[in-house]
Design a binder for this molecule. Structure first.
Ligand code: ATP
Ligand code: MG
Length: 400
């Protein structure tokens, strides 16, 4: 177990204790420390109020002061320090109406979602574990802190977070927690789509995706998520981790793109990548010859080809056929790609202007088609990639 990730923060916490307050490592970092997983960010909880933190450190940034979080800049590094707090009532199954700052660690960890996320550790690595988080970590169990029905009724995001941790950690969900997830599944409709997508994205990438996705199907969760609720997702079977882009492309391939994709509020980049993957696979399905494959590789590139090869089992499980592995495999694809005479249109020494002169034709829709024909002829080596060879080829092969 590596403690090094925590060492930098210890002087900050000692500074807090010197002023008479408590400070602990909490949440994901403590969990991941015991699981010997990489620790990406360290959260510190303290009995000091945000005003008190601001008073005892020279350089602070009030990033989320209303709900207790202050950024402390200490010896050039940033530390996120959050005051112990409990949460007020929840009216809408999402965020609490207000938070109250408290002085006891116990109250702070009691409002946290799962036992494995509710452990705290002090600067001498002493564990404070009020809800058997350590036991559940060893047993590989996701279990809510307190009554799961109550906890999911407060905040429905915890349902999908629980499934996300199941997938990331390859854990089981405690049966009572799972039944409560089932009961509250429809409350997910109250959440903002951005928060759902952020969790779904992590969930899909987890090594326990198979279990987590079966759980999602079992509790009908996607029936309550906009856009996804239009698909027959009950028939999906996800046995390997995948990205959100790949998940979307899979849906498009199975049932086409549906209306209102904008409701998912995805980035243009994500949408574009899903479209490209979708069209790459669609076009691949009608490939008949080595020539077709050369052009396809030129259009989509080797990285995407490799991604699709890696996804072959996923596609196969869903009846999406790719060309035979005898023809479309890593070796064939890499060697064909290596042999491509050009990688981009920019490498062709002819443009629309030259073409219009050679053929003595005014501009028109034919031009784009002719340029594409030339591109394909160069890729498949029907002509050499010099201006004179291309012009010769054009005179023989392009009709306007
Ligand atoms: P990750 O490794 O993905 O960051 P994490 O456990 O740190 O996982 P965060 O979303 O960063 O998750 O939240 C930090 C901590 O805050 C959690 O460990 C948990 O104790 C608490 N927490 C986060 N979201 C909720 C929630 N919706 N309800 C209750 N507690 C929550
Ligand atoms: Mg975190």
């Amino acid at each position: 177990m590596s403690k090094t990730a925590f060492y930098d923060a210890i002087p900050v916490m000692e500074h807090i204790s010197k002023h008479g307050f408590e400070a602990y490592f909490v949440g994901g970092a403590v969990r991941d420390y015991y699981l010997q997983r990489d620790i990406h960010d360290i959260d510190i909880a303290t009995s000091a109020t945000p005003d008190e933190i601001e008073a005892i450190f020279e350089h602070t940034i009030p990033v989320g002061k209303d709900h207790g979080t202050i950024n402390v800049v200490f010896e050039g590094d940033n530390y996120e320090i959050t005051t112990f707090r409990t949460e007020g009532d929840y009216d809408d199954h999402r965020r609490p109406n207000d938070v109250q700052f408290v002085r006891s660690l116990y109250e702070d960890v009691a409002r946290r979602d799962f036992t494995i996320n509710a452990m705290a550790m002090d600067t001498s690595f002493k564990l404070y574990d009020y809800f058997e988080g350590r036991h559940d970590l060893t047993a590989g169990l996701i279990r809510t802190v307190g009554d799961p029905n109550l906890r999911f009724a407060e905040d429905a995001l915890r349902i999908i977070r629980g499934l996300r941790f199941q997938s990331q950690l390859n854990f089981e969900i405690d049966p009572n927690t799972f039944e409560a997830m089932r009961n509250a599944a429809s409350d997910i409709a109250y959440l903002s789509i951005e928060r759902i997508i952020a969790e779904l994205d992590k969930l899909l990438k987890g090594s326990g995706i198979e279990k987590a996705f079966s759980a999602i199907q079992s509790i009908n969760l996607l029936a309550h998520v906009p856009y996804f609720n239009q698909y027959q997702w009950q028939t999906l079977s996800l046995s390997e981790p995948l990205t959100l882009v790949q998940f979307l492309a899979l849906l498009y391939l199975l049932e086409g793109k549906k209306a209102h994709i904008k409701t998912l509020k995805l980035s243009n980049q994500t949408l574009k990548e899903a479209d490209v993957l979708y069209s790459a696979v669609s076009e691949l399905q009608s490939i008949q010859s080595k020539r077709d494959l050369q052009i396809w590789l030129y259009d989509y590139g080797i990285t995407l080809a490799q991604t699709i090869l890696d996804l072959r089992p996923l596609f196969q499980n869903h009846g999406i056929m790719l060309p035979s592995p005898l023809f479309f495999n890593a070796t064939s694809v890499h060697s064909l790609y290596e042999q491509l005479p050009i990688r981009s249109r920019k490498e062709i020494p002819i443009d629309g202007k030259v073409l219009m002169e050679v053929l003595q034709q005014p501009s028109g829709p034919w031009l784009k088609q002719a340029l594409r024909k030339i591109e394909c002829a160069v890729i498949t080596q029907e002509t050499l990639n010099t201006q004179s060879d291309i012009i010769e080829w054009v005179k023989l092969n392009v009709e306007v």
